[in-house]
Design a protein around this ligand. Structure first.
Ligand code: FCB
Length: 448
């Protein structure tokens, strides 16, 4: 018997799932290959001033063509699972009707090759690339889009079902609804609060309908939704700041988890925002269709304080924390606090962290290495928070790093690098960063 083998002793259970995440529009490129239709992100990128430097995802990481390279990297990293998304416009170029075989074949080949490499396919059905035709007929604010989504989901379940080990219906519906339809910084770039709340409801409805359709397929892999909850901390222990933090958490957290767990919409939040939701009879039963897990993406935690002059009664408090290149606070304990808060308030069976990571100003040194020690510190401290959660009995079952590759970071274009692997956006060349090897050691159980 070797002396370094045996059970891992780093606080992670043996069956803990290790992975990393990407999304179709952010990595694939080949935006019109094999009949792919345009998505709202293709259109948004061509709106002057919408995306940094006028960049777009036409080339991205060229992963639609270089998928074999990506699988080699994943093998080298040693992950159990790879979370990637299927591009709806590759499956249904106009968002409805007969599927495009070439698009499905691409994902079949990809999932097969991952399977041969012993890596689970963890598939997100919707990571924001809505077919443009569906936006033309109203997009997510329109109820019909939820039904179209369930039809598309059914196609993908049936085509890839025997190859996929885990399903995610939607990625971060908060971003799709509010960044896309209220704040206008994501596609389709609208600025209308009522539209955003309608979109939120139809995203949730689409999720529930897709889960219902999934149960009819007889497939047994676990399925759930990915949220980006926010659970800000109060700036002080004063009662009004604690109440402000609680109200702030309504928008990003309770508003989503309450209906998903059969509690309907958080009345306090709707009253505070002065909005009503387009709920029809039976919608809440659909939205609360049981799932196997809840998945969360975590990047940062903010502090909030009461402010009677602010429209919502609170504001973000100043912070002393180090920041990433996104100007997001680095708060590892915030991940622990978020997991604990969710596990306490909702009856979650399993929680998965499906994204966590940070952008930094990486550079290639003279010796060819990318010594991204800040990303390593980020990773180490957030894994520590996960370990603490597990030790406290929180049912945390997986950790996926965002991201495998530097990629198209939405409105920031290629100016923000989140990868374990450096990617040259001009020619798609990949170069492994030090953090890749750090994560590899963590996965292998040799980093405490
Ligand atoms: C999340 C998105 C993901 C990526 C990271 C940095 O909100 O899900 O696509 O852009 O942020």
């Amino acid at each position: 018997m070797g002396i370094t083998r045996g059970d891992r002793n780093d606080g992670f259970p043996k069956d803990f799932l290790w992975g990393c995440s990407t999304a179709s529009y952010q990595i694939e490129g080949s935006s019109s290959a094999d009949g792919r239709g345009p998505s709202i992100w293709d259109s948004f990128c061509h709106v002057p001033g919408a995306v940094y430097g006028g960049m777009n995802g036409d080339f991205a990481c060229d992963s639609y063509r270089r998928w074999k390279d990506d699988i080699e990297l994943l093998k080298e990293l040693g992950v159990d699972s790879y979370r990637y998304s299927v591009a709806w416009p590759r499956v249904q170029p106009r968002g409805s009707g007969a599927p495009l075989q070439a698009g499905l074949d691409h994902y079949k080949r990809f999932a097969d090759a991952l399977g041969e490499a012993g890596i689970e396919s963890a598939v997100t059905l919707y990571h924001w690339d809505l077919p443009q035709s569906l936006q033309d007929s109203g997009g997510w604010p329109c109820r019909d889009t939820a039904y179209r989504f369930a039809e598309y989901a059914d196609i993908v379940f049936r085509a890839l079902g025997d190859r996929v080990g885990r399903w995610f219906t939607l990625n971060e519906p908060w971003c799709a609804a509010f960044l896309g339809y209220e704040l206008g910084v994501h596609a389709p770039g609208h600025k209308d609060r009522a539209e955003a709340y309608n979109a939120a409801h139809h995203l949730l409805l689409g999720h529930g309908l897709a889960v219902q359709v999934y149960r009819k397929t007889g497939l047994e892999a676990p399925i759930g939704i990915v949220l980006n909850p926010s659970t800000p901390r109060p700036a002080t222990r004063r009662a009004e700041d604690i109440a402000a933090a609680d109200r702030a958490a309504d928008h990003g957290t309770a508003f989503w988890l309450d209906p998903l767990y059969g509690r309907g919409y958080t009345a306090r939040h709707l009253a505070a925002m002065g909005v009503s939701m387009p709920v029809k009879d039976g919608d809440f039963d659909i939205i609360a269709a049981p799932t196997e897990f809840i998945a969360i993406n975590y990047y940062a935690e903010n502090a909030v304080e009461a402010d009677s002059s602010a429209p919502e009664g609170f504001r973000q408090a100043p912070s002393w924390r180090d920041k990433s290149a996104m100007n997001w606070d680095i708060v590892p304990d915030g991940l622990y606090r978020m997991l604990a808060a969710i596990a306490k308030r909702w009856p979650v069976k399993e929680i998965l962290v499906t994204e966590n990571g940070a952008a930094f100003e990486d550079r290639i040194d003279g010796d060819g290495r990318i010594k991204d020690s800040q990303r390593i510190d980020y990773l180490r401290s957030h894994l520590c928070a996960c370990r603490k959660a597990i030790a406290d009995g929180i049912p945390l079952k997986a950790y996926y790093f965002w991201s495998l590759l530097d990629n198209f970071e939405w409105a920031y274009g290629y100016s923000k690098r989140f990868g374990l692997v450096y990617v040259d956006p001009v020619n798609g060349e990949r170069r492994i960063k030090d953090s890749f090897y750090y994560f590899r050691d963590s996965i292998a159980g040799f980093e405490n």
